[in-house]
Design a protein around this ligand. Sequence first.
Ligand code: PMP
Length: 351
Amino acid sequence: MSRFWNERLQQLTPYVPGEQPQMTNLVKLNTNEHPFGPGEAVTQAIREAADERLRLYPDPDATRLRQAIADWFGLEASRVFPANGSDEVLAFIFQGLFRPGEPVLFPDISYSFYPVYCGLYGLESRTVALDEQLRIPVEAFQPPNGGVIFPNPNAPTGRFLDLESVERILVANPDRVVVIDEAYVDFGGESAARLIPDHPNLLVTQTLSKSRSLAGLRVGYALGQQHLIEGLERIKNSFNSYTLDRLAQAGAIAAFRDEAGFRAGQQAVIEQRERLNAGLEALGFEVVPSRANFVFCRHPAVSGAELAAQLRERHIIVRHFDKPRIEQYLRVTIGTGEEMTALLTALDDIL
Ligand code: PMP
């Protein structure tokens, strides 16, 4: 703290990201990255972009990337907004599209960046309690509010809300932006992108950090009607008009062209998730049904904190949240088959 910090800075509680240990002998299942690297075509495209053109600023509109994303979704390029990770897209949404003076609504168990952005941009917030089964209560998202946001599938629960329910929330809040944060949608959820033509208040955000194995490249995007995309552009251009660097644009374009690699990675994660579910249940865990690349689970006999600590002693890192209502749980990222075997073996040993 310094007397030179303004009041808002003094009151901020920054987001604490999951640990990124640099050791390689760890089974790292704590930050929902993909277990496999991007395909050769992607790394090759990044290498090819690393030449003398780096002296030039990148395309400020990321035109070719926008088109690649638009083609993937069958949308017009004017409905796509790329940025440095979906965290940056979210920052722009909180900054310019949500309304101060009325609370932004999001679930009480959800992505912990949402309250941080509210603090940063001076927005009020109100949380909506998940039900007993950790499901999102659709009817609770009602006006008045300054905007609505939730991940689908939700994080860290992994639960997916069907699109009919998403549409009910869109219809109930016609005058506010409703953001569906689809960071994990490619592992068995269904994107709300197809609702965009009918809903001028819908923004969908996605990322290349999870299903496309590119967390290190920092690329995400929003999809929505043109008037919302133009709003995001206005914020971006008031902040840093060049957005994505050359290497990120090149790698992200290649990722959208590598459909076979994407599908194979998606399938591998889903298979391991189902295997892990069965293994955890056999060990007595209660596992929340997940459509994401992680599972949320608890054991009736041993606390989440204790399990996380004991796994760490065995060089396996999972996520434990020291928060009311979910402190009993562990969030485990889906890894390779060998990593899942190592985890189940370690848990069997601990229990
Ligand atoms: N939304 C949710 C729900 C997330 O869990 C994450 C990843 N921590 C993000 C958004 C941000 O992902 P990125 O900035 O890597 O695109």
